[in-house]
Design a protein around this ligand. Structure first.
Ligand SMILES: CC(=O)SCCNC(=O)CCNC(=O)[C@H](O)C(C)(C)COP(=O)(O)OP(=O)(O)OC[C@H]1O[C@@H](n2cnc3c(N)ncnc32)[C@H](O)[C@@H]1OP(=O)(O)O
Ligand SMILES: CC(C)C(=O)C(=O)O
Length: 569
């Protein structure tokens, strides 16, 4: 039996007739006016709305970030919102230059209560809305268009009158035709023109017209078309601040806001990390950081993003997704090998040219710009390669593996990652490294050594005491350097070792400094690596040889099993 096609119950959006649309040619070159609606639209969508303590913390944070317009609540709807607005005003907690904004329905008793809440405010935005969408007009309000306009203009007239009675406050008026996106465009313009005619904004004292995508219904280009069409047709454009208020029902709230600003909007209402009704309001952090990556300062301070994210999580009692753009716990983290390799090389180049433009592969911004550190960038699991392992050993433990050893060791880590199925921390990597290369002290161990040189000769004589299967032996060798002398001494003792490759470097500074030596040796026709760490470079190199010998005896491991000569080049 064929199931009915459920998609037939949905209507596609009708394109705006705007063949000469200009917005696609625009670029974002300055930030819009930002308004945070976290404490109203965000708050009304919370499982547990904010109490006074959480509201206080949120407001203080928004001010610190640099918001100049903050919708602090719906004071006629809830006692907490009312009390909080009073607290802000009575205790003079709103810094100069910051406007508090409050929302009210277009109903007289709610408007009166709103003005009670705002009495004595220094600077306030009164935001009134009514639903203009045809479905709401029919289903929710049962009004025709003129009646709908009357709801808006009556409310506007009352608000204007109350504002005039309190001239001590620097008032701004804001009107939202709710569900602008599904209101007929001609009607949206008609009702806004009527509201503006009632209020009487001027270019010196404009009003805000907020055009909400209360529910996102179409692709973002459609919203941009609607905004451009509206801006071209509305009567008093130069006396209006056109604001957008995108929600995220289709997951394109950020794109919708950006295109709407390109289409002429001056102001954006949204929330931090996109909390809000249903799928949320547009995320202002992403919008701001998107501007930042285009070389435009957003005029909001997200230079230390993690404490902001934690504070928002506390206030909203909702987690921020670990993959949230720019801020999630995992966004500056690469697990996969080829990404790690490219980041490591990009970071190395950056260290050489710290003032160049940001061009590190896979990282759209410098993690330092949002207070993140490089260490978090590379993490290791079974998807990782040698680059990530080598990066963590180098950055966090000062161990700079030679390339061939790094190939071998990454297989040790891969085996642990696959066995555990978990992330391997840098501490675990170091432990695996120590188990594999540093703790190999039996059956052979170096006890001590003494070097002497022949007068007028580059040759050195080495006398070393080694432990061999529990008993001590003294061995002697002479050669052009201490390591060669040690190899000679071992050979004379019946242990035949040939050095294939050798690297050394120091780790740490001053009295704490130590030397690390890496050898690749051939024993019984097998290549094997050893690593030694000691205060003296000679002892480190001899320990490295002993380590290689012990590893060989224990496992007969090759230098790089399963690795072809080609990959080792
Ligand atoms: C898209 C948005 O986010 S808009 C903001 C939404 N936020 C909230 O609603 C949060 C707080 N709201 C509330 O606490 C309450 O809804 C209140 C206090 C505002 C109103 O409460 P009540 O008077 O009990 O009404 P209720 O909650 O049932 O809302 C429906 C009523 O509001 C009317 N209404 C809804 N919006 C508007 C509006 N913008 N202008 C005029 N009337 C409106 C409806 O017609 C309906 O009236 P009716 O009861 O006469 O039919
Ligand atoms: C009140 C309005 C602006 C609103 O929150 C919406 O339409 O989403």
């Amino acid at each position: 039996m064929m199931l009915p096609d459920p998609s037939v119950k949905y209507r596609p959006f009708v394109a705006v007739d705007l063949p000469d649309r200009q917005w696609p040619n625009q670029r974002l070159t300055q930030p819009p006016i930002w308004c945070s609606v976290d404490m109203r639209d965000g708050n009304q969508a919370l499982i547990d709305p904010m109490d006074l303590e959480r509201k206080r913390r949120f407001f203080e944070m928004l001010v610190k970030i640099g918001f100049k317009e903050i919708e602090v609540g719906f004071p006629s709807a809830s006692q907490i919102d009312f009390d909080y607005v009073r607290e802000l005003i009575d205790n003079d907690l709103v810094p100069d230059g910051v406007s508090i904004q409050v929302l009210t329905q277009a109903r007289p008793h709610l408007i009166e209560r709103t003005f009670e809440a705002l009495k004595g405010a220094k600077k306030a935005i009164v935001h009134v809305y009514n639903a203009t969408d045809p479905v709401f007009r029919r289903v929710v309000f049962n009004v025709d268009k003129p009646q709908c306009i009357k709801i808006a203009t009556d409310a506007t007239a009352l608000i204007k009158q109350r504002m005039a009675e309190c001239p001590e406050t620097d008032w701004t008026f804001q009107y939202s035709p709710e569900l602008f996106t599904s209101t007929e465009l001609e009607f949206a313009v008609e009702i806004v023109d009527a509201v503006a005619a009632t209020y009487g904004p001027t270019s010196d004292k404009p009003m805000i017209v907020n055009l909400p995508a209360t529910v996102e219904i179409a692709t973002p280009n459609h919203y941009a078309d609607q905004i451009e069409w509206f801006c071209r047709h509305v009567a008093k454009r130069d006396s209006l601040i056109v604001s957008v208020h995108p929600h995220n029902d289709r997951g394109t709230g950020v794109a919708a806001a950006e295109l709407a600003v390109m289409a002429g909007a001056d102001r954006v209402e949204g929330t931090l990390f996109g909390n809000g009704e249903r799928t949320g309001n547009v995320d202002i952090v992403t919008l701001a950081m998107n501007l930042y990556t285009q070389g435009v300062h957003p005029q909001l301070d997200f230079s230390n993003i993690t404490p902001i994210m934690r504070e928002v999580e506390h206030c909203n009692q909702l987690p921020v997704h670990p993959r949230h753009p720019y801020v999630g716990d995992l966004v500056f983290t690469a697990f996969s090998g080829s990404h790690q390799d490219a980041i490591k090389k990009g970071m190395a180049e950056r260290r050489q040219h710290p003032d160049a433009m940001w061009e590190v592969p896979y990282l759209p911004i410098d993690p330092l710009d949002v207070g993140r550190s490089y260490e978090a960038v590379i993490r290791v699991n079974s998807q990782s390669g040698k680059g990530g392992v080598a990066y963590l050993l180098e950055e966090e433990h000062g161990i700079e593996l030679p390339r061939r050893l790094s190939i071998e060791f990454s297989q040790v880590v891969q085996e642990v990652a696959e066995r555990t199925g978990k992330e391997i921390t840098s501490q675990m990597i170091y432990q695996a490294f120590a188990d594999e290369y540093l703790d190999n002290t039996s059956p052979y161990a170096l006890v001590n050594h003494r070097l002497s040189s022949e007068p007028d000769s580059p040759r050195v004589h080495l006398e070393a005491v080694i432990e061999e299967r529990g008993s001590r032996e003294t061995i002697h060798g002479t050669a052009n350097g201490p390591l060669a002398a040690f190899i000679k001494a071992l050979g004379a003792h019946g242990v035949s070792i040939e050095i294939i490759d050798y690297h050394e470097h120091s780790r740490g500074q001053g009295a704490e400094a130590e030397a690390i030596a890496y050898v690749e040796v051939r024993i019984d026709d097998k290549a094997v690596f050893g690593v030694g760490i000691d205060e003296s470079i000679t002892s480190a190199s001899m320990k490295a040889v002993m380590g290689a010998l012990n590893r060989h005896l224990a496992t007969h491991k090759e230098a790089a099993p399963n690795v072809t000569a080609e990959t080792l080049k």
